[in-house]
Design a binder for this molecule. Structure first.
Ligand code: FAQ
Length: 389
């Protein structure tokens, strides 16, 4: 690999980054831009009084989870291997939740640990590209918002590590697997954040893709993962909104700010489409994962849903999606679009993306720097145990 692009504001002076306050009057509230709320699919994402938003879907999933927890689970297994499997299959078929107390097939456990751990690692590594701009955010308000968002990502990582631990794997073990490369994290976090507009593009596109992928995970068959996803999705919807608002501000600012916003969208569009994974024909886990109701939709279905959602939002932003072949297909009732470069996705997953080495070097350093905190916490816990004994 050639030189590694660093997360530097290449060729962009901070004065160009400064925001304008000259927003068109009355345009702060995105929903107001559409003649009717139903014409503006920012409502579909963020929720309002009209129609079913993604947040409504999260709330439906939360109700289902509570109902499942209270449901009578008569007809439990008699303890024989065949009956344990029968009971597991019935719980899945009935759309009930598998809980840590339940017997599960080893392959279900392994598949969940793989996905949840990769998801947790993504949240933690995902703090780096945005963390890169905390000290350079263009105003105190933007800095406070970005700090809160990056802290949220750390919290998401913790919910997810905790969910994985209910499957009998220690968090320390998972962290070691990330550090020695046995487990991966999302491809998207191996791209550099070159300008302030990238923070807007990450919020709009990366968090947007994350929400489209993760709302169905609120209905995952494994209770602890589903519960973690409900909290995460509620926070992600705010993240997407703040990214949209950054881009909206820049797109309505000076010519230079507008160009910066478009450039960020141009660079983040295809990597965001690749977040959904390989095409269905090349997805190794989808079939089994969908049979177990871990995943509810295929990679391609979710990618299509994301494209359809973004097109109208891009027009509200006044920014172009960098795909000359993007067009409405009336027959399918969806947009035709150009796929991301899947060879590039696999190169990035294998460790050869623009920032893989930088991200992992930073993670190793942060882990080593935190050793004294782990040691102090362990010593304190041992002291408390000794006092209580
Ligand atoms: N990057 O058979 P499939 C976020 C791997 S969180 C890297 O289709 P599956 C929030 C896949 O693991 C973003 N690897 O796999 C945020 C498998 O490899 P393996 C993370 C990828 O599991 C915002 C192989 O390719 N979100 O953004 C990728 O059925 C801003 C074959 O693929 C999640 O993790 C990829 N893009 O479907 C945070 C959501 N795609 O394990 C901070 C939960 C595929 O056999 C700032 N995960 N691979 O070695 C999922 O929904 C699924 O795991 C998929 C992949 C859809 C990612």
């Amino acid at each position: 690999m050639g030189s590694v692009p660093r997360d530097e504001p290449s060729g962009v002076s901070l004065s160009r980054v400064a925001e304008t306050d000259q927003r068109p009057p009355g345009r702060e509230v995105l929903h107001m831009l559409a003649p009717q709320a139903s014409d503006c699919n920012t409502c579909v994402v963020y929720g309002d009084d009209v129609g079913q938003s993604l947040l409504d879907q999260v709330e439906d999933a939360e109700r289902e989870l509570r109902a499942a927890a209270e449901a009578d689970r008569a007809g439990g297994p008699d303890g024989s291997d065949a009956d344990l499997q029968r009971y597991f299959d019935e719980v899945i078929a009935a759309d009930q939740k598998i809980e840590p107390r339940d017997w599960i097939p080893e392959a279900y456990r392994k598949g969940l640990v793989r996905q949840i751990a990769q998801h947790a690692h993504s949240e933690i590594i995902g703090m780096q590209p945005e963390g890169n701009w905390i000290s350079r955010a263009p105003s105190l308000k933007r800095k406070a918002i970005l700090l809160a968002k990056v802290q949220d990502e750390a919290g998401h990582g913790l919910y997810l590590y905790a969910a994985a631990e209910t499957l009998g794997v220690a968090r320390e073990e998972l962290v070691q697997m990330l550090l020695d490369g046995r487990q991966k994290y999302s491809s998207i976090f191996n791209y550099p954040t070159l300008t302030w507009a990238d923070i807007g593009a990450i919020g709009w596109l990366v968090d947007g893709a994350a929400i489209v992928n993760q709302v169905p995970l609120c209905r995952c068959s494994y209770g602890p993962y589903a519960r973690a996803m409900i909290r995460i999705c509620k926070e992600e919807s705010f993240h997407q909104r703040q990214g949209f608002e950054i881009l909206y501000t820049l797109a309505n600012g000076t010519g230079a700010q507008r160009r910066m916003a478009q450039d960020a969208v141009d660079r983040w569009w295809y990597p965001s489409l690749a977040m959904f994974g390989p095409p269905d024909t090349a997805s190794t886990h989808s079939e089994q994962s969908m049979a177990w109701k871990i995943k509810r939709f295929s990679n391609d279905d979710l990618r299509q849903r994301f494209v359809d959602m973004c097109v109208q939002q891009a027009s509200v932003l006044g920014l172009a999606i960098p795909d000359p072949d993007l067009r409405w297909n009336a027959e399918r009732g969806s947009y035709d679009f150009t796929d991301p470069d899947y060879d590039e996705l696999f190169r990035v997953i294998k460790g050869n993306g623009p920032c893989n080495r930088q991200r992992m070097a930073y993670r190793h350093r942060a882990y080593d720097d935190g050793a004294w905190v782990r040691e102090a916490a362990a010593a304190h816990a041992a002291k408390r145990r000794a006092e209580a004994a």
